[in-house]
Design a protein around this ligand. Structure first.
Ligand SMILES: [Zn+2]
Length: 482
């Protein structure tokens, strides 16, 4: 149906939209999520679990309907989707337990997933699994929440159709923030309330001009090395005791799994029992703890970068390619499979993509910017003279320039960070650069004796990001399965 652009309804709609746009222009704001840990009682936890089940069921039904009705031509409109979801809620009695607003939110989220997919940002929506996806549900209307502080550390939040749930109020909602909704998530047994808020556009924390420009190399030995000599390190995400416990659980699950296969006596793999399931849950809960610590480090590090620098240059790593399995095919089996899979684990474990995303928005808030440059050879080239002599990268930690006139010797990650910064400067990506920064950092860095994490010269470190092997492979002189 074509809209009549002169009808009174249409004119009023346009006027409202224009008014909203004017208000938004006068009150610049940013959307943020505030996370609070929830402490539900057993009954309330079960009630929220029920809500997540309903949310997932509705999502899966919506997806099933989509697959049946819109495969060939993708003619379905947002309004069709809304109507179908609303109809489902009236037709299926048990679905009515999910509040109408939460149902609408499912349709909205489903449509948004498609829109992201069509614009090339994300993947197509898929069925949600009870075990593989984090269970969650929406509370779209902020006025339902009724957040009430009950003590210094705790507050309560009204979860529709479930009840009043205690949350740990570890930080107040900022002054001037407008809560627009919330999402409740169960992260392997830990309930989290994510408040969606609109904050007034934050003030710059310091003038942009007073902050230097920096390049960062993301490495395995040093997670983040800066071209000014700074390093961002973090401890292992799990303590030795937790690692021991995880290993114990993994062995236990393997035992239970093999026992199940033996019991089934060659007829399929059998049904996972309650005890085996418990072991898997315990493993997931330890891993979820590690993930939360990693995210915390990402938030703290990106905050420091955004506060300390005006422009941060990163290498544009294509993590997907880097972490491709080395196993190859049956015809052309890969070499060094175990080492590569170990490296894959290390790369994915760092979550570099997340760090970049977080730094990006914090930088933007603070008047700065994040720039990425192509990565090849930044870790093999001498940043002083530009020499690319093969073998000058002695190991993961050390680079000794192969050019006899230059002979620069120093930390390979620092060298790569300088190269990354200079690549952005020569590419015109960094508008202002005080020329002193790089030189100053270099002289400071060379004075320090770095004996830690540095194997004897001439020995090969087991993990290499851009070793000579990769380079030869790039030039087609040696076949290494990528
Ligand atoms: Zn050199």
């Amino acid at each position: 149906m074509k809209r009549d652009s002169n009808s009174p309804a249409e004119r009023s709609r346009k006027a409202k939209a224009a008014k909203l746009a004017r208000w938004k222009a006068a009150h610049p704001s940013v959307s943020r999520g505030l996370l609070y840990r929830m402490d539900p009682t057993v009954e309330l936890g079960a009630g929220m679990g029920r809500m997540t089940d309903l949310d997932r069921a509705l999502w899966n039904m919506t997806h099933q309907w989509w697959l049946m009705s819109s495969r060939p031509l993708r003619r379905v409109k947002k309004s069709d989707l809304d109507a179908v979801v609303a109809q489902a809620r009236t037709d299926i009695p048990w679905l009515a337990e999910l509040p109408a607003q939460a149902c609408k939110a499912v349709a909205k989220r489903y449509w948004q997933t498609w829109e992201r997919c069509w614009s090339g940002v994300g993947g197509a929506p898929n069925f949600h699994s009870r075990l593989k996806d984090r269970p969650s549900f929406d509370i779209p209307q902020a006025r339902d929440l009724n957040i009430t502080r009950v003590s210094k550390k705790f507050a309560t939040v009204q979860v529709p159709k479930v009840g009043k749930v205690t949350i740990r109020y570890h930080r107040p909602i900022p002054v001037g923030a407008r809560v627009t909704g919330a999402r409740v998530t169960n992260d392997h047994g830990r309930w989290t309330l994510a408040l969606r808020v609109e904050l007034p556009k934050p003030e710059l924390r310091s003038p942009v001009e007073s902050r230097p420009v920096v390049g960062f190399d993301r490495g395995v030995v040093i997670p983040l090395a800066g071209s000014d000599g700074t390093e961002f390190n973090h401890p292992d995400w799990l303590t030795p005791g937790e690692k021991r416990h995880l290993r114990y659980l993994e062995r236990q699950s393997a035992r239970e799994r093999h026992a199940r296969w033996d019991r089934s006596d060659g007829r399929g793999k059998g049904r996972i029992g309650a005890n085996e399931r418990k072991t898997y849950d315990a493993i997931a809960s330890v891993q979820a703890k590690a993930a939360r610590r990693r995210k915390d480090w990402h938030h703290q590090t990106s905050r420091k970068i955004a506060d300390g620098y005006s422009v941060a240059v990163f290498e544009a790593l294509r993590i997907k390619n880097m972490t491709k399995s080395a196993a190859g095919s049956v015809k052309a089996p890969g070499t060094n499979v175990a080492a590569k899979s170990g490296l894959n684990r290390v790369i994915l474990n760092e979550g570099w993509g997340t760090l970049l995303d977080l730094t990006r928005y914090k930088m933007a808030d603070n008047g700065g910017a994040v720039v990425t440059v192509p990565a090849p050879f930044t870790s093999l080239t001498c940043h002083t003279c530009g020499s690319t002599t093969p073998g000058q990268r002695k190991n993961q930690a050390l680079l000794v320039c192969g050019d006899t006139d230059c002979g620069w010797t120093g930390n390979a990650d620092f060298n790569a960070a300088c190269n990354i910064l200079m690549r952005a400067v020569s590419g015109g990506l960094v508008p202002t650069l005080s020329a002193g920064i790089v030189d100053d950092a270099r002289s400071r860095y060379e004075l320090e004796e770095r004996t830690d994490a540095m194997p004897p010269v001439g020995t090969e470190a087991p993990l290499k990001l851009d070793g000579p092997g990769k380079r030869e492979n790039r030039l087609g002189q040696r076949t290494v399965a990528a």
